[in-house]
Write a protein that binds this ligand. Sequence first.
Ligand code: TEU
Ligand code: CA
Length: 538
Amino acid sequence: MTPWWKNAVIYQIYPKSFQDSNGDGIGDLPGIISHLDYLQKLGIDAIWLSPIYQSPGIDNGYDIADYEAIDPQYGTMQDMDRLISEAKKRGIRIIMDLVVNHTSDQHQWFIEARKSKDNPYRDFYIWRDPVAGHEPNDLKSDFSGSAWQFDDQTGQYYLHFFAPQQPDLNWQNPQLRHKIYDMMNFWLDKGIGGFRMDVIELIGKEPDRKIRENGPQLHHYIQEMNQAVLANREVVTVGETWSADLDSARKYSDPARHELSMIFQFEDQNIDKQPGKPKWDLKPFKASDLKEVLLKWQTQIDYNHGWNSLFWENHDIPRVISRWGNDDKYRVQSAKMFAIALHLMRGTPYIYNGEEIGMTNCPVKDISEIEDLESINMYNERIKQGYTKEELIRSINAKGRDNARRPMQWSTAKSAGFTTGKPWLALNPNYQDINVQAALADPQSIFYTYQKLIKLRHENEIITNGSFTPVPASPNVLAYYRELAGKRWLVVANLTGSAELFSAPDKIDQVLISNYNAPQSLNNVNLRPYEAFAVIVK
Ligand code: TEU
Ligand code: CA
């Protein structure tokens, strides 16, 4: 039997930026509840909620101080229960963000742990003696600088792969692991639909051997978690794994191994950066590189032993039309092209809030306009190394995380209807043109392309279970067949803003979806900029 999440579409909400309900400039749970009808209209099956737990907010909630409490800025546990039940009434499940590689330094466990070397919670974290007065080794934090932070109180260093206020948990401690499993059961018993697992690839770390991702015990821990929490529940689990390759993807998602439903893999993130360098070291985008990565993951997954996730955007990466499409003259066409190309592939699609109306990146002129600590730390570090302000702002405008974190654009009202107060992060000034109100009023809008793609998925098993075969085409044109039970669909997408020629030997039986008028025949089609269509062929 096909599990529900294989033909589901999941919508990610970044709570801080979705909808403010009380004028404090910060999105909140009542704000989300007020838009459930909108999400039902779009047609999604589940919401992945970025963290809403109690947190000092150093990393916008990815630094959790209490896993079983709601941060007051987002609302109360009652609001959360209401969100779960109101969503359920509309056939929408709530997927929680599980951030268990690290906690906040304000978590009770860490407050205890740092008190003394023999505190019962000490071993929940990773402590090492200085080596010759220095850090134990040269492991680096993802957010710049060393991964080791010296703690005066006990004269030892603790490990943090992210900010110093995000100490890494020690998964080698079985007591810690079981506390986490209990917490997961607490949430599942409330009726949530699953978990998105933040940097789950890191929990098997062995810092003394400088092992971060894919440690020797990683899959053992995930299997143990599966046994303790997930087995016999109809939940979805998706692991965030920046390091994943085809082999590890299979390990995580082969049903026979009892680990996760699927992972997010990020191989496409490498195509516009210098090889071996951080994302900030830009390289021009080539559509053919994107096509290659997409086809690799579609054709080389063994669908009896694994499953794909499909996504263009999330809260860590830029808006896709600004990055790889066109957010100006061809904004609407390129947004629809990306939607059609992705949603008809094999796997579970994710939509990031605002993607469905074609929201764009939001360039800044100065670092003072940036909130994201990753960008700010990188800027300060590189300024010291002699980079110019101009090149760093260029990198931040291309790749910085604030691009996708700007408040949701609901209407032409003040602050786009996001808040009646002062938004925590300035809005993209283009909200007068790009907003939900305008999208809903225009039958040709990007919104309705997403709505139609979701409907197609729900009504046609071929999208979920059909085979996937690439169709020969120009390096800039993504074309593929989906086939099931004697039916064949053809999907064609021009990944560029220039004209391309496409031909296929088939005859068009029925047009399913397109972003211009679909062609009459498949013989020598002149594809227009970012043109995409899907047809049933015979
Ligand atoms: O992201 C994991 C991660 O590796 C990020 O540092 C990522 O490389 C970077 O954002 C890309 O530019 C997850 C969350 O999605 C992110 O928001 C958190 O900041 C991070 O974990 C720490 O919890
Ligand atoms: Ca609020």
